[in-house]
Ligand binder design. Structure first.
Ligand SMILES: C[S@@+](CC[C@H](N)C(=O)[O-])C[C@H]1O[C@@H](n2cnc3c(N)ncnc32)[C@H](O)[C@@H]1O
Length: 264
C-alpha cells in the first residue's frame, strides 16, 4: 500500500469567508482536520498564515507535513482578482454577438496556450461562464481556474515540476498576467532543494505596472521555503498593465541572445 510522503495545503483568503462550509470556516478548523490525517508524519503538521496581519483579507495560508526532505522542486501559485472586463469576456460561453465558445477557443483566445506552449492541455468550459484546465509536459504540471463574473472575478494559476532555468520567473508571471490583466494578484513560490536550484524563482519579483505590497518568507520543516508576494496595479501608470504585452519582444530578444529554447 502507498503511504503519504508529504502534504502541503495552501490557499489565499476567501473572498466570501462567511459562505464557506465546514471545515473551511476558519484556517484553524482546516488545520485540525488536516492534522487528523497528516499530523502523524515525521515532521508533525505545521501551519502558517503569511502576509500583513493588518490586511486580514490578503493572507497566504500554508499547512505542511513531511516524512523527510523533499527532492528539489519549485511550485508556483498565483491568485488574481479584479480581472480586466475584456479579458474576462473570453470565458463566457455565449458572446453578445451570438457566438458559442468552446474551451479550446478560450484556451487560444485568452493566451493560456502561450503561457507554456509545450503543455498538453485538457480544458473545460462551464455554462454560462467559467473555465478550468490542466496541463502536462513531462514532469511539469499546470492548472488554471477562472471565475469571470464581474464583481468577484478571480483566476488562479499553478505550475510545478518545471525546469526553473527554462523560463524566467518574470516572463512566466507576465505571460499569465497578459491573459487576465488583474487589478490585484499574489504569488507564492515554494522551493525545495535550496534557493540556488530555484534560479530566478528564489528572488524578489518585479513586475512593470504593478506595485509590490509585501514580500514574506517562511521556512518549512526539513528545508522547504515559501516566498509570498502580493501586488496591486500601479495608479501612477494607468496604461501600464498593457505594457506587459511587450514581454514577448524582450523574450524573443533574450532567446536570440542566448540561443536557448524554452523547453519544459
Ligand atoms: C472555473 S469553476 C472553478 C471553481 C473551483 N472551485 C476553483 O476555483 O478552483 C468556477 C466558474 O465556473 C462557473 N460555473 C458554472 N457552473 C459551475 C458548476 N457546476 N460548478 C462550479 N462552477 C461553475 C462559476 O460561476 C465560476 O465562474
Amino acid at each position: 500500500m502507498l503511504s503519504v510522503a508529504a502534504v502541503k495545503y495552501s490557499r489565499g483568503s476567501f473572498i466570501f469567508p462567511g459562505a464557506q462550509p465546514a471545515p473551511h470556516r476558519s484556517f484553524s478548523e482546516e488545520v485540525a482536520v488536516l492534522n487528523q490525517f497528516f499530523g502523524c508524519l515525521a515532521s508533525g503538521g505545521s501551519a502558517y498564515v503569511m502576509g500583513d496581519p493588518d490586511v486580514p483579507n490578503c493572507n497566504w495560508h500554508v499547512y505542511y507535513a513531511t516524512e523527510k526532505p523533499e527532492l528539489p522542486m519549485v511550485t508556483l501559485e498565483m491568485c488574481m482578482t479584479g480581472l480586466n472586463n475584456e479579458r474576462a469576456k473570453v470565458f463566457f460561453k455565449n458572446s453578445e454577438l451570438g457566438h458559442v465558445s468552446s474551451a479550446e477557443e478560450m484556451t487560444k483566445d485568452s493566451g493560456i496556450c502561450d503561457i507554456i506552449p509545450e503543455m498538453e492541455i485538457c480544458d473545460f468550459e462551464f455554462d454560462p461562464c467559467g473555465y478550468s484546465m490542466n496541463g502536462i509536459n513531462g514532469k511539469a504540471l499546470s492548472t488554471i481556474h477562472v471565475t469571470p463574473e464581474d464583481g468577484f472575478s478571480y483566476a488562479s494559476y499553478e505550475a510545478m515540476g518545471f525546469e526553473p532555468d527554462a523560463i524566467s520567473y518574470n516572463n512566466l508571471i507576465e505571460r499569465v498576467l497578459r491573459c487576465f490583466e488583474p487589478l490585484d494578484f499574489s504569488v507564492a513560490v515554494t522551493i525545495f532543494g535550496g534557493r540556488p536550484a530555484a534560479s530566478s524563482y528564489g528572488r524578489k519579483l518585479w513586475i512593470d505596472g504593478y506595485n509590490s505590497k509585501d514580500l514574506v518568507q517562511q521556512e518549512l520543516p526539513r528545508g522547504g521555503l515559501v516566498m509570498y508576494q502580493s501586488f496591486m496595479l500601479s495608479t501612477e501608470r494607468p496604461a501600464s498593465p498593457r505594457s506587459i504585452l511587450h514581454c514577448w519582444e524582450s523574450e524573443e530578444a533574450e532567446k536570440r541572445v542566448t540561443g536557448k529554447e524554452m523547453v519544459f
